[in-house]
Design a protein around this ligand. Structure first.
Ligand code: AOF
Ligand code: ZN
Length: 408
């Protein structure tokens, strides 16, 4: 039995829905939404739209001219108690006369936390934990980054029902449907960086930009990261196009040619080095450390077979997977499948993958999966059980309900 009423749960759901409007715009901040409730009705709501912009609580309070005497506030993160790019929410809450604050989770950021205690000392009632599981999953990029300094890694891939990602002749455009590819752009829009391997960069020449369906304009493009151990990618590739916005990072092996590195830097790109793993591939763990050090909270890997095997088996870094399965068979012994690499020899060596969500996206099957070792909260970080909601949950349910022929 929940200690909250369905109405209260509904208020926090609305705060979470508002928070989600910040998808792709708030990094390095979390997505936060807030509603103010008077006599069991929502009287104001707001969300955080990006760094330097008002916090969700401030946005909601502003709707009432900061006069909220006797109101309850529902917010999916503990109100901050610090002067950052904006002032402390605790002060605004105290000045406005809010009676009680319901928040889902404590703020893991040590410089901003402590707001709940401050409010309580000043006589405001506080109640923590409402929809904590959902609130955790909504902001897992932020939580992982703040708690570990490493980015949250999402991997997206598409295959036929027999697990092939291309034909034996190398044709791969397109296996998944327009609906699935549109959704891919929505994922791209929400991450700080997109990473591909050298094979994909050369063969597909992707732009690596986010072009989500017309819900909102993109305020910024994710960084583009390409693994090119020996720096031999042609300079004319689309991902080197500086007009697209968002920097391009090329990751090479330590022995890569110095002249090639300087040329890239002269052209305005960033060059990182990563050691090779015993198998000869660039170390993804090292790449992720550098991604974290650059302040990027999330990375989307769009892998070919080699990179997928690396990210899921050999040098596992993935926290969450989106797999699209197109209802078709490709066949062919030599056609590449989702994972290349060496593979495991014994079934006991495989890593478990948990199915979080499963549904139809256009004509394709969509799977949201969490591989073993993927980031999850400890009990103290998130006291509520994790209910299996992804941070895209509402969008997913909405999309699963569409008819197969419908454009999304
Ligand atoms: C809140 N409400 O809506 C958000 C919070 O530099 P600032 O002022 O934007 O502060 C950023 C930090 O504030 C961020 O790291 C996180 O701890 C908290 N975010 N807090 O009370 C909000 N976005
Ligand atoms: Zn705040």
């Amino acid at each position: 039995m929940s200690r909250w009423t369905p109405k209260q749960t509904g208020f926090m759901k609305e705060a979470l829905r508002l928070a989600r409007q910040g998808w792709g715009q708030v990094s390095p901040n979390p997505m936060v939404g807030a509603v103010l409730v008077k006599d069991d009705e929502i009287v104001a709501g707001g969300w955080h739209t990006g760094p330097g912009q008002p916090h969700a609580e401030a946005a909601a309070l502003a709707e009432l001219d900061h006069k909220a005497r006797g109101c309850d506030l529902y917010v999916n993160l503990e109100p901050c108690d610090h002067q950052g790019r904006t002032g402390p929410c605790t002060e605004l809450i105290l000045e406005s006369g809010v009676k009680k604050v319901y928040y889902s989770l404590p703020d893991p950021n040590p410089t901003a936390s402590g707001g709940a205690a401050k409010l309580e000392e000043a006589g405001v009632e506080v109640d923590r934990g409402l929809l904590a599981g959902e609130a955790w999953e909504l902001n897992q990029f932020f939580f992982k980054f703040v708690l570990t300094g490493k980015p949250f890694v999402v991997l997206k891939t598409a295959a036929s029902l027999d697990g092939k990602i291309a034909t034996s002749a190398g044709d791969s455009r397109w296996i998944s449907s327009k609906a699935a590819r549109n959704f891919g752009h929505h994922i791209r829009a929400g991450v700080d960086a997109i990473l591909v391997g050298r094979g994909t960069a050369e063969k597909d020449d992707p732009e690596l930009s986010a072009r989500p369906w017309g819900r909102r304009k993109m305020h910024r493009q994710p960084w583009r990261i390409v693994l090119d151990p020996t720096l031999r990618l042609p300079a004319g590739l689309k991902l080197f196009d500086r007009k697209l916005g968002g920097p391009t990072v090329v990751v090479c092996a330590p022995e890569a040619d110095e002249e090639a590195k300087s040329t890239l830097r002269r052209r305005g790109h960033t060059v990182w080095e990563a050691p090779r793993t015993p198998g000869g591939l660039l170390s993804l763990s090292s790449v992720m450390e550098q991604v974290g050090a650059a302040g990027l909270q999330s990375v989307l890997i769009e892998p070919g077979a080699t990179l997928a095997a690396s990210a899921l088996q050999e040098d596992p870094v993935a926290d969450l997977l989106h797999v699209f399965l197109a209802p078709t068979f490709i066949g062919g012994q030599t056609a590449p499948s989702l994972l290349g690499g060496k593979g495991v020899r014994q079934l006991t060596e495989t890593r478990e993958v948990e199915i979080i969500k499963l549904g139809r996206m256009g004509p394709d099957i969509h799977l949201l999966l969490r591989p073993e070792g993927g980031f999850r909260p400890t009990r103290t970080q998130s006291p509520a059980p994790i209910l299996g909601y992804g941070n895209l949950d509402d969008d997913l349910d909405e999309i699963y309900r569409q008819e197969p022929g419908e454009e999304i």
